[in-house]
Design a protein around this ligand. Sequence first.
Ligand code: PAF
Length: 273
Amino acid sequence: MKIISTPLELKNILRENTKTIGFVPTMGALHEGHISLIKKAREENDLVIVSIFVNPTQFLKGEDLDKYPKKDEADKVICELCGVDILFFPKADDIYGRDEVSIVAPNVRGFVLEGASRPSHFNGVLTVVMKLLNMVSPTKAYFGKKDAQQLNLISLMVKQFFMNVEVVAVDTVREKDGLALSSRNVYLSQEQRKEALKISASLKEASDMISKGILDTKQIKSKMMDILSPLEIFYVEILNRDFEYIYNVEIGNSIILVEVKVGSTRLLDNIWL
Ligand code: PAF
């Protein structure tokens, strides 16, 4: 595995490349969720490139940029073991310059749900993903379904900017007890971790209601909120896969999304129906 830290080195290595490239952009602190993205990329491509870059522009003032978990050495070992060919580890100065041109998330889709409480977050995500995709020029890029709004906006950007890459959505990986894997889970105390299980419990209840034929989104959301109480709820929402509000669950075209605060940690999760 080659470890590369500048865009120029990456460009030189890829200059003559004719092989298919699977790309997994990450912010490091890799866990089984990332590993499942890397494994899929490994199965489907000749070359696998992983980037680790804690992107400052997607953090708002007062968020956890400075204490975002860092596990560089462990991450290198994981990438090596997963058969990654190139690990790209750029610094902020390599990615951002002065007088930045940035991508702006669309008005509605970018500023509801997570975007409502984190305005400008998705501008930062889209900007860095655009930069990374342009640097790597992958055949396919892999993103987790857990960050459903991010995935939706990246897919939209790729389509609207006629970018030559296939976005692949990969299923969420969970602990045995249902907690969705996230680099931020390390912030949780034992007690908070127990509280966090309310998230997957609320999603399971929603899925059970739907299998009993209850499709009314208001009724489902109200039951989910009861289960999540007394956690601080940012949103409980049921949308179609174009991120439009719906009154009734459309089987095969719906996503149920939750974001809550446990202690001072934001946790999100969703199920696709
Ligand atoms: O999902 C993440 O880890 C980040 O938002 C991403 C896509 C790597 C952009 O910084």
